[in-house]
Design a protein around this ligand. Structure first.
Ligand SMILES: [Ca+2]
Ligand SMILES: [Ca+2]
Length: 488
């Protein structure tokens, strides 16, 4: 591999996102983790106050103690050690190098190559699949597994998998070992030059990435498994596939599925696929491990981002932030430190989403002067028009429970919605619906850097046996997005 670039991890969605990873010079083995996990800026962690409120606006719940603690993940850099995982979705901005804005990566924008032949699968020790030219092939077959594959000391394992048109595919490596320390393998999507596009890099026993190909011809995706800090281990690979769609209403694509049980396809929690193009209007910014939603939410949210991009030419992709862990747990559960109040962000029913902004990108970021809990003055970089329009499109679904925003942001959105109505872009009924489903107020601190979207379980669906807690406010020190509180 070519050290100059093959080791830098770059994620970029058009001129946006990016995060990077450096590696060690020794031969180009990725020694540094792609870090951050959360939000692009290393540090921070933990809970935000997701207080849920039923649809109405404001509520006035009071605080309640700090629940979990916050750890300041030292970040990145080098060591594991920081209890948190450094997994990452696509972090943005932050550290090191290349960041630029226009790196091309395709986690976002660069369209992957049209599918050519998939090489034969290789399980080696001895460098047989250690670079792009000698990549091993994985079959896009649901539940296809490759067991006890070896990542030998000092080597890398490169792969190609073709994503069929209309299909969602995930590739998971299950490490034989703890997945931390000496068996800490990471999974990175790279382009043909070896530049990292997106990665799953944690201290967990598994790493997983997912894609969806909205086109017709196969797309090639390239993956790299490496050992963090010289780790080596055997691992099992599992490929999962599912038909997937672009559209607001999942139920319309699975008409024969029973909507009365929790088992329907639309209820399935799956990893939200990384974006393919700017026109999709979104990108998965946070850790892969925290980027799982019920399929019907994933469809609605990404349909709404695409609709917003279509309505307003030149719209930058919107960051999708914390969702749930793969089993529906609250993000942070896997490391024993919840990033959100217990009972929130469960079962793929909730997602934190950045606000559209007037700056060069729409990554998770504070959009107003604030005191760590709330905006203290009207937002200064909020794109209220796009944000209001996006929320109105989300509310085209009858299944939204509530969308929480900051107290000083809400009126800006309502004004923008009225202006859109005056222009004939939206209807008065849509504006009314926006006003009634937007929550804000005392019970909604920590929404100066994102909105919280919560789904209403449909009748008969299982999964959420109790209503989410109301009014849990966590201490400012536990705001998982505190590090985002950096204006341009
Ligand atoms: Ca190898
Ligand atoms: Ca790992």
């Amino acid at each position: 591999m070519v050290p100059s670039h093959s080791c830098s991890i770059i994620l970029s969605v058009q001129a946006v996102v990016t995060a990077v990873l450096l590696f060690a010079a020794q031969g180009c083995i990725y020694a540094e983790r792609p870090v951050q996990g959360d939000d692009g800026y290393d540090g921070a962690v933990e809970p935000e106050g997701e207080q849920d409120d039923e649809g109405g606006s404001n509520d006035g719940v009071a605080d309640d103690g700090p629940g979990d603690e916050l750890d300041d993940v030292p970040g990145s850099g080098g060591g594991d050690g920081d209890g948190t995982d450094d997994d990452s979705g696509a972090d943005s901005g932050s550290d090191n190098d290349d960041l630029g804005s226009d790196d091309s990566g395709s986690g976002g924008s660069g369209a992957p190559p049209t599918g050519g032949p998939v090489p034969a699968f290789v399980d080696d020790c001895g460098g047989l699949n250690d670079d792009f030219a000698n990549r091993s092939g994985l079959a896009s077959v649901d539940q296809q597994t490759y067991t006890a594959t070896q990542l030998c000391s000092g080597e890398e394992d490169w792969y190609q998998i073709n994503i069929p048109g209309g299909v969602w595919v995930s590739v998971e490596i299950d490490i034989i070992g703890s997945g931390s320390g000496a068996t800490d393998l990471d999974l990175v999507e790279v382009d043909s030059a070896g530049d990292a596009q997106w990665w799953s890099a944690s201290e967990q026993g598994y790493e997983r990435l997912a894609w969806y190909n909205p086109g017709q011809a196969d797309q090639e995706r390239y993956l790299l498994v490496y050992g963090y800090q010289s780790a080596s281990a055997d691992y099992n690979i599992t490929v999962r596939t599912s038909n997937y769609h672009q559209g607001m209403d999942c139920d319309s694509f699975f008409p024969l599925a029973s909507s009365g049980s929790g088992l329907g396809e639309c209820n399935r929690i799956l990893q939200v696929p990384q974006t393919n193009s700017v026109s999709e209007g979104y990108y998965v910014e946070h850790q892969a491990h925290y980027s799982n939603l019920r399929r019907e939410l994933a469809y609605l949210v990404t349909w709404a981002t695409a609709a917003t991009s279509a309505q307003f030419p030149g719209t930058n992709p919107l960051s999708l932030m914390d969702m749930s862990e793969r089993g529906g747990e609250t993000p942070g559960a896997m490391v024993g430190q919840l990033r959100h109040p217990e009972g929130t962000h469960i079962n793929g029913n909730d997602i934190d989403i950045a606000y559209y902004q007037t700056g060069p990108d729409n990554q998770g970021r504070v959009v107003c002067d604030n005191d760590g809990y709330f905006c203290t003055s009207p937002p200064n970089v909020l794109d209220a028009t796009r944000t209001a329009y996006f929320m109105i499109r989300l509310l085209d679904s009858p299944h939204v429970r509530v969308i929480g925003v900051d107290t000083l942001i809400a009126p800006e959105l309502f004004s923008a919605a009225q202006a859109l109505r005056a222009q004939g872009v939206v209807t008065q009924a849509e504006v009314n619906r926006l006003e009634s489903y937007t929550a804000y107020g005392e019970g909604w601190p920590f929404h100066h850097h994102h909105m919280h979207f919560s789904w209403n379980w449909e009748d008969g669906y299982e999964g959420r046996s109790v209503e989410p807690p109301e009014g849990c406010i966590v201490d400012v020190a536990q705001d998982p997005y505190a590090a985002l509180a950096q204006p341009f």
